[in-house]
Design a protein around this ligand. Structure first.
Ligand code: UD2
Length: 313
């Protein structure tokens, strides 16, 4: 089978590409390298068809879609704070760009379109864990664009018969997550701080919790969503079903790294939600998904990678 992975040079995308290549599938990557890096694909570069281009360019998307059976759409502006600063840009990439990918996928008559949606769709709804049937209440332009993406995918299913599945990823972490921006995922920030001998910064009291999901679980769930019968038209949570506080993460990190970690507590970040946790029973039932790499094991593997990738910089 031939798969198009948009955003395939990014953190999550490159892990999906690795796995597809390992399974002997043909892979096309479309990535404009705005957040992705060619280095993320170093291990598979000569085995894939790599298109450097933006999803906002319909011709580039159409060219990447040729002969493809499955589209996995990850390319997006992924930062919540950036979407608040520049909603037009996030809207342009995440909605106009996604519409290009849907149109090209429809025209190429692909078997299924799988979309990387986000837990940001839930917004501030206090109920835990989050179940897909809860009403979406996004509280950022980013969250809104991800939710609109789900609706668009479903409408393409109803109107044009394009099979689709959407996965609301929850706080994915692992090797290759870029720690370089102040808005990078918290675990990548913590790892970099420990490597550099700096105090990790905790926004708030550290008692906020997240369903931190090791990337390998998300890869597995995403590939299941491509093929599972009965998945089309549905939205699935992509998490582990557990949640852990930042203070607890730092304790585990002390054990794993063998270093004493003294975090610096700062003012809570504007717009932060307190707790987040996925209910993954629907994904279990329909996709046969269960998280195989639990948090602590994922944290160990991630630390090993950062140590090696960043220690000498
Ligand atoms: C996650 C997703 C985001 C969106 C959102 C939906 C990631 C990286 N981001 O944002 O794309 O889907 O969920 O709700 O998965 N923090 C610190 N110190 C730091 C950085 C962060 O204490 O150096 C805190 C931050 O204030 C927050 C928590 O850590 O309370 C998690 O922050 P994050 O940026 O990793 O992820 P989140 O949940 O805001």
């Amino acid at each position: 089978m031939r798969y198009l992975v948009t955003g395939g040079a990014g953190f999550i995308g490159s892990h999906i590409v690795d796995q597809l290549v390992q399974r002997g599938q043909e892979v096309v990557v479309l990535d404009d390298l705005s957040a992705g890096k060619e280095a993320n694909l170093a291990g598979v570069r000569d085995k894939i068809d790599f298109h450097i281009g933006s999803i906002t360019d319909l011709a580039a998307v159409q060219s990447a879609c040729k002969g493809v059976q499955y589209v996995i759409h990850l390319a997006a502006r992924t930062s919540v704070p950036r979407s608040v600063l520049n909603p037009l840009e996030t809207n342009h990439v995440n909605i106009d760009g996604m519409l290009n990918v849907l149109v090209a996928a429809r025209d190429a008559q692909v078997r299924r379109f799988v979309f990387a949606a986000s837990s940001a769709a839930y917004g501030e709804t206090p109920t835990l864990p989050k179940v897909e049937s809860m009403p979406a209440q996004p509280i950022s332009p980013y969250g809104l664009t991800k939710y609109v993406g789900e609706l668009y995918a479903q409408v393409f299913g109803r109107v044009y018969g394009l099979e689709n599945a959407c996965l609301r990823y929850f706080n994915v972490f692992g090797p290759r997550q870029d720690p370089s921006s102040q808005y990078s995922g918290v675990l990548s920030r913590f790892m970099l701080a420990v490597i550099e001998g700096q105090a990790p910064v905790v926004f708030g009291d550290g008692e906020q919790s997240r369903d931190f999901t090791y990337v390998e679980n998300i890869v597995d769930e995403t590939l299941r969503a491509c093929e599972a019968p009965g998945a089309s038209g549905l939205v699935f949570n992509g998490g582990t079903g557990a949640r852990i506080t930042l203070n607890h993460v730092l304790k585990l990190l002390e054990q794993i790294t063998g270093k004493t970690i003294k975090p610096k507590y700062d003012a809570p970040r504007n717009g932060d939600i307190r707790d987040s946790q996925a209910d993954v029973s629907l994904a279990g039932r329909i996709l046969g998904y269960e998280p195989r790499v639990l948090f602590e094991e994922g944290l160990k593997r991630t630390w090993d990678w950062y140590k090696q990738a960043y220690a000498k910089m």
